[in-house]
Design a binder for this molecule. Structure first.
Ligand code: NAD
Length: 425
């Protein structure tokens, strides 16, 4: 894969996209060859075949993954994705991003990611439960509250986390809520977890706008993806006085130059099988058109590789805040930098989710639960401090916020790797 911006876009491999940023940051840090080789390689990659008895009595076998990229800073942490696009290189990239993300915000976790190649919308609740429990059975020696702690990601949510918690607890013989985060509140979930990623996106947007000298009130934005991250980011940005001109999901985009009513769109989605299909609050546009709208802030909050070397030149936003993981391909970075667009990178912008996941794990271990106000206050502080540290690093080295975030993160993980030795698990 080339990083040459003139190369025709052909869905960049996310692991290579991650590695090209890693390489840039490693050069700036002067990382020695040994550390470079250790930190680029996932410590563990497990692939399982998951047999599931379907509702019609037939047995289907699904492919499942769990990659632990690095566990030097603490137990590894990362979500589980259910999607037909899941493949090993994607999971490896997402696991590495988790390592860097936890290090950027300074929480004592390493990075991991899991996934099952499936279309969750085509599975019944019973099939999803059997799939999730079987995956947990196969991963019982990988997961653990002091080893590797899963969480939700695309296509999974509180229900899957409850099944994982229950199955793992049965297997080890005692209730173990801290083995997974993103659980329902009654099962030891944390107040504020559902909103955490979107809230972090909002806090990062405010911090970045302040650096650009732009008042959020009346500032326009477009949000791609209307799931957990996209819809909550859109709602909270609107609550800051911003005008949300467009939203989108897998069914396409919806654009209103006067500003959409985000609460109304969320209610529509919730009563419409989880999608915006048929939503009349805005004119129908494509996801591609949404990215190229003339707005001040663009929040890609759906999936990888949405801003790439084919469309980066057409982006008009002044600020991109990456709610999704890997929404900008490495080859698009140079184009955006040249255009002077500030990008708050995924490993910083969407780290609010893992921060409150960490708070959930802390509360599970304490057996004592915090108020929503305390969760928000502490998470906002973590996000603001992380933004400032990354911003300072970008000023110091005259580099983009993305490479600065990698420099901060890789610097920390490399330091710990030196202190602990080569085998951090
Ligand atoms: P989700 O499943 O709740 O929502 C995903 C949204 O993206 C849905 O609205 C879906 O319709 C839309 N979508 C799917 N394919 C699309 C396409 N081709 N074009 C446009 N929209 C499309 O997932 P989520 O939890 O909101 O995660 C979204 C992104 O944020 C992912 O990259 C995920 O890794 C990242 N992320 C999530 C969290 C979290 O706490 N949930 C934390 C950090 C990062």
């Amino acid at each position: 894969m080339s990083n040459n911006a003139t190369v025709k876009h052909s869905s960049e491999n996310p692991f290579e996209s991650m590695m090209s940023r890693f390489d840039e940051a490693a050069k700036i840090l002067g990382l020695d060859e040994g550390s470079y080789n250790v930190l680029k390689s996932p410590q563990k990659a497990v692939i399982v075949s998951i047999p599931v008895t379907m509702d019609d009595g037939k047995v289907k076998v699904f492919e499942g993954f769990r990659v632990v990229h690095n566990a030097n800073l603490g137990p590894s942490k990362g979500g589980i994705r259910y999607s037909m696009d899941v493949h090993l290189d994607e999971v490896k990239a997402l696991a590495a991003w988790m390592t860097w993300k936890c290090a950027v915000v300074g929480i004592p976790y390493g990075g991991a990611k899991g996934g099952i190649k499936c279309n969750p919308r085509e599975l019944s609740k019973g099939e999803l439960e059997r799939l999730t429990r079987s995956y947990t059975d196969l991963m019982v020696n990988v997961f653990g509250p002091d080893k590797d702690i899963p969480a939700p990601d695309m296509g999974t949510g509180q229900q899957e986390m409850a099944w994982i918690m229950d199955e793992y607890s049965k297997l080890v013989g005692h209730s173990t809520p801290a083995v997974v985060t993103g659980k329902p509140l009654v099962l030891g979930g944390s107040l504020g977890r559902v909103e955490a990623t979107g809230r972090g996106v909002m806090v990062s947007t405010r911090s970045a706008l302040a650096k650009l000298g732009i008042n959020p009130v009346g500032t326009t934005c477009a949000v791609q993806g209307f799931g957990n991250v996209g819809s909550i980011s859109a709602k909270l940005l609107q609550m800051q006085g911003m005008k949300v001109l467009a939203i989108s999901d897998v069914t396409g985009g919806y654009f209103n130059p006067e500003g959409l009513n985000v609460e109304e769109a969320i209610a529509y989605r919730d009563n419409n099988n989880g999608t915006l299909e048929g939503y009349k609050g805005g004119k129908k546009i494509s996801n591609e058109e949404l990215l190229e709208l003339d707005v001040t802030v663009l929040v890609p909050a759906a999936m990888e590789d949405q801003i790439n070397n084919e469309n980066a030149d057409k982006i008009k936003a002044k600020l991109i805040v990456e709610g999704a993981n890997g929404p900008t391909s490495a080859s698009a970075d140079a184009i955006l930098n040249k255009k002077g667009i500030m990008v708050v990178p995924d490993i910083l912008a969407n780290a609010g989710g893992v921060t409150v996941s960490y708070f959930e794990w802390v509360q599970n271990r304490l057996g004592y639960f915090w108020t929503e106000e305390r969760v928000y206050r502490r998470a906002d502080r973590v996000m603001k401090q992380a933004f400032e540290a990354v911003y300072q690093a970008s000023q110091k080295h005259t580099i983009s916020l993305r490479i600065a975030a990698y420099v901060v993160a890789i610097g920390k993980v490399a330091e710990v790797e030196k202190l602990r030795g080569k085998f951090g698990v």
